[in-house]
Design a protein around this ligand. Structure first.
Ligand code: NAP
Length: 275
């Protein structure tokens, strides 16, 4: 039997073809879970052409079905309370239970020189990176409590562990996400709910490439130089892959992590966390 057979997982922010969410959904399905893949109703540039994120989610559902697992796609803005309720209802209607929540949706809004960051950017960052995970957790915990079992995995960042210049809002919120994880671990451990934070370093997704391009623009250096400078600080001297993070999620969601809660798990290739 596969380790997650009979379990249901929700993965937020799952549409991007090179994203951590998509890789995570595929990995959890491979381990036997039914998967609810969710994302905002938006468009994404894929190889130079605009694609609807909801259509990308439908492709992902088909991809998961091709591998013999089940999935449904849901439109979900994690900052919208009605969307959150709809996502939980749809998950229960489709699969009857919710065992795993992966709070993967994230935003680099307000990642700027601190003095240039506007209150609106700061608030957007708070809403996506902290309020959304909090509302999703509040929505799934009653289901997990009934089952006496559940896993909540928050996708933080090395920005959860330290700071580098130019990512103020993101760093503040990703630090806050660790506080949320530890609170859930402490408060709902007696109900059998484990909550952990994964802290990816440089992972070669579109979000990461956008950050490299922004730093290149600000510094006047070519993107290749920015990458070389950033990866020089990584012990393994390269960015990781979305699958590297997905593998860590599968561990924390699975039976081997039954006695693991309240931790920050860096998936970084060995990188200093800054201050
Ligand atoms: P990604 O593909 O851009 O994934 C993030 C997804 O979240 C996007 O589809 C994004 O949609 C979505 N999202 C934004 N606001 C949302 C909302 N209100 N409700 C629902 N979904 C929303 O980027 P990624 O690199 O895979 O990042 C996944 C997670 O890993 C994020 O939490 C990120 O902070 C974290 N992380 C990434 C790296 C890295 O190097 N890539 C490093 C450390 C941590 P839009 O594109 O429309 O905004």
């Amino acid at each position: 039997m596969r380790p997650l057979s009979g379990k249901t997982a929700i993965v937020t922010g799952a549409s991007a073809p090179h994203g951590i969410g998509r890789a995570t959904a595929l990995r959890l399905a491979k381990d036997g879970a039914n998967v609810v893949v969710a994302d905002v109703d938006d468009t994404l540039d894929v190889d130079g052409a605009p694609r609807s994120k909801l259509a990308l989610l439908d492709d992902l559902v088909a991809n998961i079905a091709d591998r013999g697992a089940q999935a449904i796609a849901i439109k979900l803005d994690v900052t919208n309370v009605m969307d959150v309720a709809h996502c939980i209802d749809a998950a229960k209607a489709a699969f009857g239970r919710i065992d795993i929540l992966v709070n993967n949706a994230g935003s680099l809004a307000g990642s700027d020189n601190f003095l240039s960051t506007t209150p609106t950017q700061w608030e957007t960052s708070f809403r996506v990176n902290m309020l959304g995970p909090m509302m999703m957790a509040q929505a799934v915990i009653p289901e997990m409590r009934k089952q006496g079992d559940g896993r909540i995995i928050n996708i933080g960042s090395t920005g959860s562990l330290g700071a580098e210049p130019g990512f103020g809002a993101y760093t503040a919120m990703k630090h806050g996400l660790v506080g949320l994880s530890k609170t859930l671990a402490a408060e709902f451990g007696p109900d059998g709910i484990r909550c952990n934070t994964i802290c990816p370093g440089y992972i070669a997704t579109d979000m990461h490439m956008a950050a490299n391009e922004r730093l290149a623009k600000e510094s006047g250096l070519p993107v290749s130089d920015v990458k070389a400078q950033r990866y020089a600080a990584v012990a393994l001297r390269d960015a990781g892959l979305p699958q590297d993070v997905a593998n860590a999620v599968a561990y924390l969601a699975g039976p081997d992590a039954a006695y693991v809660t309240g931790i920050n798990l860096p998936v970084t290739g060995g990188v200093p966390y800054g201050i």
